[in-house]
Write a protein that binds this ligand. Structure first.
Ligand code: FE2
Ligand code: FE2
Length: 525
């Protein structure tokens, strides 16, 4: 039986929830900003098409921001805290920006002795732009590609590619100014800043700050219009916004996703989750491929196989709530960090809660993907009676796939060792024997591999280079691993970028992910 069609707006809300977590925004921030932006669009008398763009820009502004999070984290530490701090300042104001970056650097290097700390902060500050600009350019390009995969129009995609641009040209990475920054982008930036500034400083201060930035960060007329109506525009927006409100705000026609489009949208979410750091590249795709095969092997009904596959694509969406530095730590986590990490299935369920129909079944599986039959899993310590056959397959599948992938704190297990680990968990009463056997039987099946025709005419060497840089290696490291000159590696990179039509490393990595080219064991971290 085909899956019932789903409103695309429901998918947008899932993405909005996930990006709120990843960017340190408050609960329902993107949803509330959508309501505010649509009210402002109405006051401004914008036409239906522009309002449609505003709607999507507000919900999806940050969908590209998971790309290269490990680089951001390596430079500035806790990226979620940094993003939260940046929301409260005028990033066009150099002293304010420098102060925020220094604060992040001091947090990152707090363990160093004072002299070394001062040097690390000085160096970090001087390299901040050089580090950030390519990362932000990658966010823009990845946002456009994810938007394309969920079927959004060219206009909406282009707006998403301008998310950090500003009216006065002090935005990044292109420094566009005036009307070159699209109206929906300008309007949503203003609306989102208004909410973030109200939360940080209160209503009165927010209006003063918006007025001060008129003609700078924001177009004067738009800022004036906002201030003139601000009380009415913001009414009720300190409270969470429900799904029906967002569905009702979507300008017509309301896009519906049939099963195939749902599959692609879930897959786009999987890639968005996995591209935060090299060690998880391709993880959700691999879990989904194995879940599908194991679900069939275990004789699950067709609708359960679909649910378990879609749950597998999204199972770690809640991980976005936890800074990458925690996931990438080679040493042990503190108790508090462990508690936060173990809550990711809860956040996952919340992110998927807006999906109607089959979404409930998917959310229920995501919630249980780390639970064990004997109650030793997390985060609800559920037991066997609460774990459906589909939940057991997903738990076994996820455990096996994770064991055979490397993590910063441990090496990958061989398939044989991972299988032994799962069988021992069966013996201990943690994992379901039937589910484990189904997973292990299927585990030998070859994954999806790209064919030469599908790879835009890349040469074998370019494919090797692409795999390495997608896995997080720098051009220099790729050159060393392939035993070629750095200049040659650079040439391969330029050539393959132009063949696959991208201009940033992050977009090239997404291209490789989309085609199943990531091989575990090649990651840089
Ligand atoms: Fe996982
Ligand atoms: Fe997980």
């Amino acid at each position: 039986m085909a899956a019932p069609a789903v409103r695309r707006a429901d998918f947008l809300m899932t993405l909005a929830y996930a990006t709120d977590l990843a960017t340190g925004h408050s609960r329902d921030f993107a949803l509330r900003s959508c309501v505010l932006a649509m009210r402002l669009a109405e006051v401004a008398g914008l036409d239906e098409l522009t309002r449609r763009s505003v709607y999507h820009q507000a919900l999806l502004r940050y969908i590209g921001c998971n790309a290269d999070t490990h680089l951001l984290s390596a430079a500035f530490g806790d990226e979620i805290a940094l993003r939260r701090d940046l929301q409260r300042i005028d990033i066009g104001n150099k002293p304010e920006l420098a102060e925020t970056i220094v604060r992040a650097l001091k947090r990152t290097f707090a363990d160093l002795p004072p002299e070394e700390l001062a040097k690390a902060v000085e160096r970090g500050l001087s390299e901040a732009m050089q580090v950030s600009v390519p990362i932000l350019a990658g966010h823009c390009e990845v946002a456009e590609r994810i938007a394309e995969r969920i079927g959004l129009s060219k206009e909406i995609r282009e707006n998403l590619g301008q998310l950090y641009e500003r009216w006065d040209g002090k935005g990044l990475p292109r420094g566009l100014s005036g009307n070159a920054v699209k109206l929906p982008v300008r309007l949503v930036t203003l609306a989102q800043d208004a909410i973030a500034l109200t939360e940080a400083h209160g209503y009165e201060t927010m209006t003063t700050m918006i007025a001060n930035r008129a003609g700078g960060a924001y177009e004067k007329e738009l800022a004036g219009l906002f201030i003139a109506h601000s009380e009415r525009l913001l009414a009720g927006l300190e409270e969470p916004v429900d799904r029906e409100t967002i569905l009702a705000l979507e300008p017509t026609p309301h896009a519906m996703l049939e099963e195939e489009a749902c599959e692609e949208s879930y897959l786009a979410i999987a890639d968005m989750i996995d591209m935060r750091m090299p060690s998880t590249f391709g993880h959700s795709r691999a879990v989904a491929a194995l879940a599908d095969a194991a679900g069939k092997k275990a004789g699950l009904p067709a609708s359960d196989i679909r649910s378990v596959r879609w749950a597998a694509y999204t199972h770690d969406i809640g991980e976005l709530a936890i800074p990458v530095s925690i996931w990438m730590r080679a040493g042990a986590l503190t108790e508090r960090e462990t508690d936060a990490a173990r809550l990711h299935p809860y956040h996952g369920e919340r992110a998927l809660a807006s999906l109607g129909g089959e979404g409930k079944a998917i959310a229920a599986l995501v919630l249980r993907h780390h639970e064990r039959l004997d109650g030793s899993g997390y985060h609800r310590y559920a037991r066997g009676s609460d774990l459906s056959p589909a939940a057991r397959v997903l738990a076994a599948d996820e455990a096996f796939q994770t064991a055979r992938e490397a993590r910063p704190y441990r090496a990958a297990l061989s398939d044989t060792a991972a299988a032994a680990k799962l069988r021992s968990a069966v013996k201990d009463g943690k994992l379901c024997a039937d589910a484990v056997e189904a997973v292990l039987t299927c585990a030998g099946q070859p994954g999806r591999r790209a064919t030469a025709e599908r790879l835009a005419g890349l040469t074998p060497r370019e494919i090797e280079v692409l795999r390495l840089i997608a896995a997080g290696h720098t051009a220099k490291e790729a050159a060393r691993l392939l035993e070629i000159a750095p200049k040659t590696a650079d040439n391969h990179i330029q050539s393959l970028y132009s063949k696959i039509g991208v201009s940033t490393r992050a977009a090239a990595a997404l291209y490789a992910l989309e085609r199943g080219m990531i091989e575990h064991g090649t990651s840089a971290a």
